[in-house]
Design a protein around this ligand. Sequence first.
Ligand SMILES: [Zn+2]
Length: 63
Amino acid sequence: MQTDPVCRMQIEPARAAAQAEHEGTIYYFCSEGCHKTFVANPGKYASAIAPAAGHGTGHKHHG
Ligand SMILES: [Zn+2]
């Protein structure tokens, strides 16, 4: 299962209405509407479901 980054719906890739690639990641959409919304502003939606790797969820200070 993949998450539609626009509406957060769980999507089976095989049944997705549309898909788009952004920065090397494939995103799946429940509808053309979500797809269009995503491609209009991919950074906004891609970051919404980005994997935890990247920016941490808490404060971790090394030192
Ligand atoms: Zn959707």
